[in-house]
Design a protein around this ligand. Structure first.
Ligand SMILES: NC(=O)C1=CN([C@@H]2O[C@H](COP(=O)(O)OP(=O)(O)OC[C@H]3O[C@@H](n4cnc5c(N)ncnc54)[C@H](OP(=O)(O)O)[C@@H]3O)[C@@H](O)[C@H]2O)C=CC1
Ligand SMILES: O=C(O)CCC(=O)C(=O)O
Length: 445
């Protein structure tokens, strides 16, 4: 058996209850076969087994009191996966589906994504099975304070720097930072990113993942002599990534005809009014169905999956993992899709990605295409260290440069290992080489 297969067998045995983590590892290992064949030194150093075992995993109790005075208990997680390139860096997800396997898959992906940014950040991820939906601001605050009461001892600007992910946005980061400052007794704002502008946040961080995704997709299209102009786009989700992907895609001449939340999707043939979606989601925290109150001519369909039956040129899954499976991929292809931009983490199953590539659909893989968020977080860390703030235009220009470079590096790595224009393999390889060389230089850890 090849080394890569032997290691995967051991990983399967050790993590049998974590299908999402195994899926993420399998996808990376598949890409690495020619690299391992060419570089026996990685096998000799058992790099793959080291890279797939987190450096540290913290699981903790989060008790909090709801508005009725009931004491509730959730579970908190922080997985510090790899510190080879810099402080652990990655978001916090608050969602009822969260368990250790989700946090490990996200943390594993984050190692590679962060390496692709070219900035000095390691990979980590955290979160809780707490559901912020339907909770009052006071309940969310009490939860965040209790969560930070444990987390604060494990993080720091040079140790581990959390940020947002699903269910964690500006409100939650504010409560988390307020409590960190209280228990630490010092203003140390480089400990979290995605902060408000008044206390050390960076301009463009809110927009960064969505904008970065579109900069990457645009680069991919340009490489093939195409552009976003007049393209029909379907986006799943209507959260942070989805909203700012819509904003930038529209600015570049595309038309977004559908968006969703976990209850269903809206379809609006003349183009979805983003200002209305922002008001519903960022201000009122309502369901996407309420879009019809202002636009009765639009359609609302219950359930998430059917959104992929809508004919489009470009599909941007920006909600959760495994959103597009093989059947969805087949529908998208038969309706003429030309490109997929993965805004979410691992939004396509491995067989869906394979199918798209077989059918010559351009795939912008998540680790590369949604790296703009964490890259801008790293820019926020730089500004905090300097006690300085760049303008919107300065940060946006850096973000764009980073996305163009990631595209170039993924493409170069794919070509070098005979994958052609396969950015899924190219991104995995470029990131792997960077992390593994840092690990080799640092000895046997
Ligand atoms: N924020 C960031 O900077 C980055 C985010 N990502 C990834 O992008 C994706 C979206 O994140 P973000 O926009 O920040 O999150 P938000 O919480 O802002 O939005 C998530 C959106 O996805 C919808 N959704 C649909 N199905 C699910 C499901 N099963 N589980 C959770 N959400 C679901 C949510 O609907 P509802 O409200 O009904 O739950 C909501 O519209 C995630 O995969 C995240 O990991 C990647 C890189 C950076
Ligand atoms: O900004 C960050 O640190 C992390 C963003 C994130 O969670 C992600 O890239 O998936």
């Amino acid at each position: 058996m090849l080394y890569i297969e032997e290691v995967f067998e051991r990983i399967k045995q050790r993590n049998a209850q974590e299908p999402e983590f195994l899926q993420a590892v399998e996808e990376v290992f598949e890409s690495l076969k020619p690299v391992m064949a060419k570089h026996p030194e990685y096998e000799a150093a058992n790099i793959l087994e080291r890279m797939t075992e987190p450096e540290r995993q913290i699981i903790f109790r989060v008790p909090w009191v709801d508005d009725q005075g009931m004491l509730r208990v959730n579970r908190g997680f922080r997985v510090q996966f790899s510190g080879a390139l810099g402080p652990y860096k990655g978001g916090l997800r608050f969602h009822p589906s969260v368990y250790i396997g989700i946090i490990k898959f996200l943390g594993f992906e984050q190692i590679f994504k962060n390496a692709l940014t070219g900035l000095p950040i390691g990979g980590g991820k955290g979160g809780s099975d707490f559901d912020p939906k339907g909770k009052s601001d006071a309940e969310v605050m009490r939860f965040c304070q209790s969560f930070m009461t444990e987390l604060y001892r494990h993080i720091g600007p040079d140790v581990d720097v959390p940020a947002g992910d699903i269910g964690v946005g500006g409100r939650e980061i504010g409560y988390l930072y307020g409590h960190f400052r209280r228990v630490r007794g010092r203003f140390e704002n480089g400990v979290l990113t995605g902060k408000g502008l008044a206390y050390g946040g960076s301009l463009v961080r809110t927009q960064a993942t969505g904008y970065g995704l579109i900069y990457f997709v645009d680069e991919m299209l340009k490489y093939h002599g195409k552009s976003l102009k007049d393209k029909r786009i379907v986006i799943s989700g209507s959260g942070n990534v989805a909203i700012y992907a819509h904003e930038k895609a529209t600015e570049l001449g595309a038309k977004v005809v559908a968006m969703s939340d976990s209850n269903g999707y809206i379809y609006h043939e003349t183009g979805i009014d983003l200002a209305k979606v922002k008001q519903l989601k960022e201000v009122e925290r309502k369901r996407i169905k309420a879009y019809l109150d202002d636009y009765p001519e639009a359609t609302y369909v219950e359930g998430q999956k059917a959104i992929w039956s809508i004919p489009c040129d470009i599909a941007l899954p920006c909600a959760a993992q495994n959103d597009i499976d093989y059947d969805d991929a087949a529908k998208l292809v038969s309706n003429g899709v030309i490109a997929i931009g993965e805004g979410a983490n691992m939004p396509c199953t491995n067989d869906a990605v394979k199918y798209f590539l077989e059918k010559d659909v351009l795939v912008a893989p998540a680790k590369a295409a949604n790296a703009g968020g964490v890259a801008t977080s790293a820019l926020e860390m730089s500004q905090n260290s300097m006690r300085y703030a760049w303008t919107f235009e300065e940060v946006d220009a850096k973000l764009k440069d980073i996305m163009v470079n990631i595209h170039q590096n993924a493409y170069t790595a794919a070509m070098k290992y005979d994958y052609g224009y396969n950015l899924v393999a190219g991104a995995n390889i470029a990131a792997f080489l960077k992390v593994s060389d840092a690990m080799m230089a640092q000895g046997d850890y």
